[in-house]
Design a protein around this ligand. Sequence first.
Ligand SMILES: Cc1cc2nc3c(=O)[nH]c(=O)nc-3n(C[C@H](O)[C@H](O)[C@H](O)COP(=O)(O)OP(=O)(O)OC[C@H]3O[C@@H](n4cnc5c(N)ncnc54)[C@H](O)[C@@H]3O)c2cc1C
Length: 371
Amino acid sequence: MKQVDFLVVGAGIAGLSAAARLARHGETLVCEAEPAPGVHSSGRSAAFAHFDMDAPLVRALTAASLPLLEEPGARVHPALFVALEGQQAELDRLETQYRQWAPQVERLSVEEALAHVPILRADEGGIVGALLDPRGRKLDAHALLEGHRKALLAAGGTLATSAPVTAMRREGTRWIVETPSASYAARVVVNAAGSWVDAVAGLAGVAPIGIRPLRRTVITFDVPMDVSAWPFTKTVGPGFYIEPEGSTRLLASPMDEGASDPCDVQPEEEDIALAAWRVEQATTLTIPRLASKWAGLRSFAPDRLPVAGFDPQAPGFFWLAGQGGFGLQTSPAMALAAETLATGGAWPEELRAVGVKPEMLEVERLRQISY
Ligand SMILES: Cc1cc2nc3c(=O)[nH]c(=O)nc-3n(C[C@H](O)[C@H](O)[C@H](O)COP(=O)(O)OP(=O)(O)OC[C@H]3O[C@@H](n4cnc5c(N)ncnc54)[C@H](O)[C@@H]3O)c2cc1C
């Protein structure tokens, strides 16, 4: 049986980014159920980084992450937040929150917003105000994953694909972890299985933390104009977002949240229709046909905040979970937190500087919540 220090379950962005750091501290193995990394949430994301996030903790983790998100995994690209009729107060609130982390953000008139995205409608039911962040980041999930995979291997770590973890038991000071082709004895298990984290905990006899996978739908369609310079554009309340995918294609989502089991989730017809309808309502576009469509799961803890830390009831069992709709943009900070907490290091200055404390991420808070 192979002995490892850290066995990470899941090669999404959470697991691979943490593993690349942990490999500097000891023998590290990532077990991924699928034949390649990023098959689930991490490969189905809209892949944008901005500060329009509900929770101050998530904004702080984003602020700590942005300096660590570099090309080819990230490039500067503007983000435009638009208020539809009735959403003016939301825009005001967003501006205040946003300025704390991104003072460069600019309030735009409707005319100025239309200069950036000329298809937006400004008549009845259309946009009434906008906020532009010229320094948003377009992320490249595959480049990020590939960078972490290479860093993991360079530090002597291993990625086992088509290696679902099927059983786990505690023997002495080690977790015995079974996959169909091999068994491992690990000092620390890092549960980074995305939507499946509670199921993986169940394999180890560890109590769940109530992670809820919520389905989000994406469509893409071609447009008769060059959109490559258009900002990522998102309504501040319920509505939609659009972003360029190359020069004449747009990606859109109705920002839906359909409850789902952890699975290879597929888009529902009504959510696809809703995506197209919301875009058509707020713009001058018609969408006669789709270029592609997919859905992915965004996994939330009951308080919708991320989790990183050892389970106080299960020695050597580390949770890295609940990355919701912000798992790519917060991954550098979360990987740093996971590395520090799993190895007992001093809390990093990058996290201290933005006010993130270890207790904000810990598991125990969720055991107080009934779900
Ligand atoms: C439509 C959509 C848009 C999004 N937009 C953004 C965005 O713009 N910006 C942003 O930052 N985030 C965004 N997100 C969220 C982001 O994609 C997620 O937060 C992030 O990918 C979660 O990463 P993860 O590693 O936790 O999960 P995953 O990527 O799902 O990885 C978990 C892995 O664990 C593996 N696994 C499960 N069980 C086992 C087992 N028993 N053994 C071995 N392996 C196992 C799975 O196969 C999977 O590969 C979006 C998500 C969606 C769906």
